[in-house]
Design a protein around this ligand. Structure first.
Ligand code: B4P
Length: 204
């Protein structure tokens, strides 16, 4: 099973690249950002809690996102692998994900991390804010807070995957196609034996 953590700062291009990778490798795309926005749009209780947190540029509570991921993994027993987009974002989420996968007797194959400067992240999010209507993209203060939260709570989990030799940084600057090609090359050179057999089935 190919299980990829697609990592990067807010606006690094995780969602954009996850859609392309999902199609290329036939994986199931699980985006906690999309799940939370769906809850917000539906007006559910969970959405109300998440809406306020997200619009302030903070992270939703760990238990809430872990429960959502557990539910979505459970809904797809047929999946030949997952792309985790925007999850995990804390150490607690990283540990919980390993535990969830352990129950299925599988593990994370790699963390592929989009490397993008703070200036570029800010530019992209402000630009998206002009068209997306997303509350968390509208103000420079909220964007700065999202980047600060990323540095404090999310970036440290790189060490968790680096210690397992699963961390693969990728330059996240350039055209969407250029970045997609870089990601593809990294994924195609992953070595775990469980994946090596199936990689031959992918058309490069
Ligand atoms: P997410 O939905 O995960 O999204 P994101 O970090 O804002 O952006 P992403 O990296 O996916 O960038 P995108 O491709 O859209 O999170 C939103 C919020 O939800 C979080 O702040 C948090 O509050 C909450 N949340 C989500 N997961 C959570 C978790 N696990 N725990 C707790 N809270 C959680 O690209 C951004 C923009 O750049 C787009 O406009 C795109 O068109 C553009 N772009 C992409 N690639 C580009 C390129 N190569 N060049 C130029 N522009 C590019």
């Amino acid at each position: 099973m190919l299980n990829i953590v697609l990592f990067g700062g807010p606006g690094a291009g995780k969602g954009t690249q996850a859609l392309l990778l999902t199609e290329k490798f036939g994986l199931m795309h699980l985006s906690t950002g999309d799940m939370l926005r769906k809850e917000i749009a539906s007006g559910s209780e969970l959405g109300k809690i998440a809406g306020e947190i997200i619009s302030n540029g903070e992270l939703a509570p760990d238990e809430l996102v872990i429960d959502m991921i557990r539910e979505h993994i459970g809904q797809h027993p047929e999946a030949k692998g997952f792309i985790f987009d925007g999850f995990p974002r804390t150490q607690a989420q990283a540990l919980a994900l390993d535990k969830l996968l352990e129950e299925k007797d599988v593990q994370i194959t790699a963390m592929v991390a989009l490397d993008v400067s703070v200036d570029e992240l800010t530019t992209r999010l402000l630009k998206r804010g002009e068209v997306s209507g997303r509350a968390d993209d509208q103000s420079i203060d909220v964007i700065h807070n999202r980047i600060e939260v990323y540095h404090q709570k999310t970036e440290p989990i790189i060490d968790y995957y680096r210690a397992q030799e699963k961390y693969h940084p990728v330059d996240g600057l350039g055209s969407i196609e250029e970045i997609f090609n870089r990601l593809k090359q990294v994924i195609l050179t992953l070595k775990p034996h469980a994946f090596q057999h199936s990689v031959q089935n992918y058309i490069i």
